[in-house]
Design a protein around this ligand. Structure first.
Ligand SMILES: Nc1ncnc2c1ncn2[C@@H]1O[C@H](COP(=O)(O)OP(=O)(O)OP(=O)(O)O)[C@@H](O)[C@H]1O
Ligand SMILES: [Mg+2]
Length: 402
């Protein structure tokens, strides 16, 4: 059974769907995947469906009004990889996804899915399924009919549609919703139907555009965990857009951070956290944001307002103007006693298990993440101690990591 083999067999059972995927333009999902596997490149099989490699080679988008929304975006996404696109509003995340889906034309560069150039291919020939923030369910259809719609268009026999929809529904725990129309369901339930609709099609690539952002915080967390489990079970190549850096950190094999249509860094979540390529990445990843203060490279290390921190390695010349970066969690705070930096508490945000303490110094506002202890109060004089092994240094002009 579909649901069973997904969960039990993980990525390894290419024949499980072999008998099921039929009438798909003359070639079954299984045959397509099998042929690609035989060629030994581009695709690998996923329970009888193909899981594709996706390559963006200098892909760019210039809208008719001349605005360049995405510039020379290159990434080689391996079959089964989960890629998360993050970045501020308007940075080109949805545009990139829509170009991969075929909903937006590509202005420059080449897009390959499973080693085939698809720049000119219509969406239906790309074998991708997209899940939107808005669910985009047909309001007059039941959940079952919504999930079945794409398969019906492909002329999959009714009995086969019924089998696939029910198996996916069982997997997503939405069987009892199948007879309901969208307006009779909550946001979270609708989003499950939308995800189920994508899964039944067994696409080569899943595209998600902020699928959880309409949900409340608790449901978001629950769906995030479920998506993660689902991805492990399906092993399908996925491109996932989000504003939420927790989603990005927890779901991604690799994160792509975009700013103004330009890729800032591509890497595993912890690489972006531990070694951000520039000050923008440094302040985008992590919450509260990394403290960044002006400093200068000198003989003794990085020196700034009342501090000199030795620096073991790194680029840069003596006298160079830099930004020193210290994450709030790499600072400790004491009221009495000593520290590297003296400061005055301005604002305290208690979060329950931890507190964010905003401290004023002559070089700016430093935020410290503290746990357990009773936080100080606004106006208190405090001392901050810096974890010297976790310092970040960026060029002040280019903001590149040194
Ligand atoms: N049809 C269009 N014509 C001109 N500019 C457009 C068009 N569609 C989008 N843009 C612009 O392209 C940029 C990228 O838009 P896009 O929708 O990809 O951003 P996004 O990263 O998905 O943002 P958000 O997080 O707000 O969804 C934005 O500045 C947007 O205003
Ligand atoms: Mg968007």
């Amino acid at each position: 059974m579909f649901a069973e083999c997904h969960f039990r067999a993980g990525r390894g059972n290419p024949r499980a769907w072999a008998h099921g995927n039929i009438a798909d333009g003359g070639s079954t999902e299984y045959q397509r995947g099998d042929a690609a596997r035989a060629r030994g490149r581009g695709c690998c099989t996923w329970k009888g469906a193909a899981v594709a490699r996706v390559e963006l080679d200098g892909v760019g988008k210039r809208y008719p009004n001349g605005f360049e929304a995405v510039q020379a975006f290159s990434i080689d996404i391996q079959p089964g990889e989960f890629i998360v696109l993050v970045g501020p509003s308007g940075c080109g995340k949805s545009t990139t996804l829509r170009m991969v889906a075929g909903l937006e034309s590509i202005s420059t560069g080449e897009l390959r899915i499973g080693d085939r150039r698809v720049n000119e291919a219509p969406p239906k020939d790309r074998d991708v399924a997209m899940v939107f923030q808005s669910y985009a369910l047909y309001p007059h259809m039941t959940a079952f009919e919504n999930m079945a719609f794409g398969l019906k268009l492909k002329k999959v026999p009714a009995a086969e549609i019924d089998r696939r929809v029910r198996e996916v529904a069982a997997q997503l725990d939405i069987t009892e919703l199948l007879d309901r129309k969208p307006k009779q369901m909550s946001g979270g339930q609708r989003q499950r139907i939308a995800i189920g609709r994508a899964i039944v099609r067994a696409p080569k690539v899943f595209l998600f555009d902020e699928p959880l952002s309409n949900l409340d915080a608790k449901l978001r967390l629950q769906m995030r965990v479920e998506l993660s489990k689902l991805h492990r079970a399906l092993g399908a190549t996925s491109l996932y857009v989000t504003h939420d850096q927790v989603e990005a950190m927890t779901l991604a094999d690799r994160i792509v951070l975009l700013k103004g249509g330009v890729v800032q860094q591509i890497g595993p979540p912890l690489t972006l956290y531990n070694a951000p390529a520039n000050a923008f990445v440094a302040s985008f990843i992590g919450s509260p944001s990394m403290n960044l203060v002006p400093a200068t490279l000198g003989e003794g290390g990085v020196q700034g307002a009342g501090f000199v921190f030795p620096r073991a390695a790194g680029a840069g010349a003596a006298g160079q103007a830099v930004l020193l970066g210290v994450r709030p969690e790499h600072l400790s705070l004491s009221v009495a006693g000593e520290g590297d930096l003296s400061a005055t508490v301005e604002v305290v945000e208690p979060m329950g298990d931890e507190s964010f303490v905003y401290c004023r110094r002559e070089d700016g506002l430093w935020v410290v993440k503290t746990r357990g202890v009773v936080p100080p109060r606004p106006g208190d004089a405090v001392h901050l101690t810096v974890d010297r092994s976790r310092l970040h240094v960026f060029d002040a002009a280019t903001e590149a990591r040194l």
